[in-house]
Every structure is written in C-alpha cells, then in structure tokens.
Design a protein around this ligand. Sequence first.
Ligand code: MN
Length: 498
Amino acid sequence: MLQAKNYKFWFCTGSQDLYGDECLAHVAEHSKKIVEALNASGNLPYEVVWKPTLITNALIRQTFNEANIDEECAGVITWMHTFSPAKSWILGLKELRKPLLHFHTQFNEEIPYDTIDMDFMNENQAAHGDREYGHIFTRLSKERKIVVGYWTDEKVQKRIGSWMRTAVGVLESSHIRVARVADNMRNVAVTEGDKVEAQIKFGWEVDAYPVNEIAEWVADVSEADTNALVEEYYSKYDIILDGRDEAEFRKHVAVQAQIELGFERFLEAKNYQAIVTHFGDLGALKQLPGLAIQRLMEKGYGFGAEGDWKVAAMVRLMKIMSAGMKDAKGTSLMEDYTYNLVKGKEGILQAHMLEVCPSVADGKSAIRCCPLSMGDREDPARLIFTAKEGPGIATSLIDLGNRFRLIINAVDCKKTEKPMPKLPVGTAYWTPQPNFETGVEAWIMAGGAHHTAFTYDLTVEQMADWAAEMGIESVIIDKDTNIRDFKNELRWNSIAFK
Ligand code: MN
C-alpha cells in the first residue's frame, strides 16, 4: 500500500546574457554534466531533471509555475553558475510552491592556477552569484535548503539525497488522510489538537467514524479469506502458545486476521493512509486490534493509539519519507513506558499495549495471545519482538494552543541487558541524547508526549527541515543540547512563533 509517486527534481541553473552565447553554452554544458553525475552517483533516491538555463525574469517565473503544476516534480534544485541578478528571481520565487534546494557548488574543483584569466573568472562565479541569489531568499523570508560543496563529493550528494526525502514529505503531507475510529481517550491531553489547524498547516484530513461502521467491514470478511491470512501468519511468524489450547489460540489469531482484512478494505475504499483506535471504544470488535494494526503499520499505514491522530499522521509521513530506502530499519508508533535508572545503564523501555510496528523488529517475530489488563474484550493476539540496535529519532508533534511544535530527539537504541520473557509486547529500548538526564529533562520541558513517531531511517535534520517548510516550530534534543540554552530557545521561540 505504501506508494510514493515517481517523483523527480528539477535542476535549474541561473545565469544572464551579459557574457555572450559561448559562455551560456558552457553554462548549459556544465550543468548537464552535474545532473548526469548526480543521477549516476547512486546517492540520490529520486531522479534529477535538467532544465534550460534561467536567464530572465519571465523564464524563471514560467519555469517555477510549470514546477508548481507538474505533479511529478517534488522540488527544484537551483545553482547560480555565473552572476544572476536576484531581482529577476523575485516574482518566480514568490510564486513557487515546491520545496527548493540552493545547491552552492561550482563546476571546477580547483583554481586553474596556470591558465586562469578574467574570462574564466566571469564564467565561474558561483561564489558571488550564489550570494546575490541567497540574499533574495532571506529578504523574502522564504524557506530553502542550502547545500554547500563540490558536486562529485559523496557527502554533498548524500545531503541532496537526504533533502529529497524531506521534500517528498512536504508534498506527501497534503495527501495524508487519517480515519479516526471513535474519539480520543477521555481526559488525555497530548492526544488532542486542532484538526482544522493541522489541515491548514500540514494538509492532513482527519475524519471520525463510529466504531461499528468499521466493525461492519470486519464482519463482512469471509471465513475463507480470514483462514488464508491465518495460514500466512502461521507460516511467517513463530507461535508461542503459552500453554493455551492450540485450536482456541488459532481462533484468537483469526479474530485479528479478520480485523486486518476488514480495516484494510475500509481504508482502501475510503482512501485513508492512517488510522487510530481507542481501547475503550471497541463496539462490536471482539479484540483490541493488535496484530491487525501491527501488520497494517508494516504495510505503510500510519497508526496512533487512544485516538492519537497526530502520531498516526506522523508515522505515515515518516514511512513515506523513508519509502524505498535500501536497508531501511523501520518506523513505528512508540510509547515511553518504563525506565531503567541503574547508573551507566539508563534507558527508556519503549512499547505499547500491543501496537508496535514489526518493521523495527530485529529478526523473526512471534505471535502470542495474552490478557490485556485494560478494557473488557477477549485476549488479543499480538506480534512480539525486540527492536534493532542503532541510532534513531523519536518525534512528538504537540499542539500548544496557539501553534504546533515538533520535538525531535536523537536516541540510541540498544538491547536490554537481559531478556524479558514475561513481557508479551514488541519493545525497543533507548537512551536519549545527549544523555538520559538531559534528554528526558529537555523532552519534558518542551512538552513532549508519551506517544512518539519513531524511525531509524530519517535524521534530525530531515525532520527539522520538514517542520521549517511547514512553517512550524521545531526543537532538537541531541548531542549538542544543554538545558540552559534549551530553556532559552523555548522562551525565544514562544515570541518567534506567536
Ligand atoms: Mn498509549
């Protein structure tokens, strides 16, 4: 179900006609070579498309408006090969609605010491052409990404590739539709928020359905379809009976298979890419969707628990931003559950009642059926596993009443010191950066929620750039965070984002 379009990025080179046709021919030739090298590098997740050199106000405006209406164009990469007077860019930039990357590079790597003359200097002027161009963005207060460096440098290419995923997140955000099954859990604050403002800022459509409307889609799933999916589960996952009767266990698993198929058909028919449930409002559903939701998340749907539609949309967003990534390690809803406070081993055990996405699992998952200590339904089947090790990011989008804030925490995932054989849920375990005390203190000070959208596959920079493009506040908690500066940042942001 997870589909990112066949997005492309336009490469637009700026120049002017002051230096004659021969110079312009070189500009075009050089920018074509750069585009070819970027596409051949293997460091970019999407194709770059060369566009004719932009030398006039009219052509810039026309090209950017073409970018606006081209559904496959996810963003524009610009570079001033020579000097391009920036007033020519004002109207085009004001009308451009796609993300823009300012690639500050030059065609030659080294100064050609023996041959350099004024003709060469006039032809290769990115050093001051790009300054003139950059100035007008600042004057217009227009968001853009700046990447500096030589175009064959792998690090530079990877930064462009990384930004491409942010740009796709910006475009795809407005295609996220969240189906709310029932309302939010009573009395909980952080799962609330202004859905109208979310649509204005992010383009998200968030719609509620009575639980029994979706339960009817579940009831309509045939026994044959259900059994076929149960077979697939049994072939794909380990089964841990915990002493339960085999036939009774299988019936419990079948309830989840029927929910998975019913929910998926509902979401597909109504074009939703994310869903929330609430354990306190299950209507005719026999179990809290556990295994079913885990499988839907693995297929690319966003999910938030207890009606948490902001997390559901963020999980979907982060899944689509990391779509097609080689060696992806996974993206999921997480919940800060319980701490290990032993000196030198501090960390946060992450889980949920059931619904952690198996895309983060390290190795094969297993199905167990266990009582849920909350609610009034039969014991739900769920997938259990432990998550992979390595760096990741946990994000929390909160509604502060007058604005949204995205909190982004770099975390280091590890294995717990010992296995937890009695814990029947998928888990992760991490230590927040810069260390447990500062990371947790900053998170709480910023108002971060207990639900997060977590991924191994995106960076702090990508999510902060996404927030900037969306025009919302973001704060980063990582190796550079200290409490005194962080507190001031929150204080100043409350003025800047008023
Ligand atoms: Mn929860």
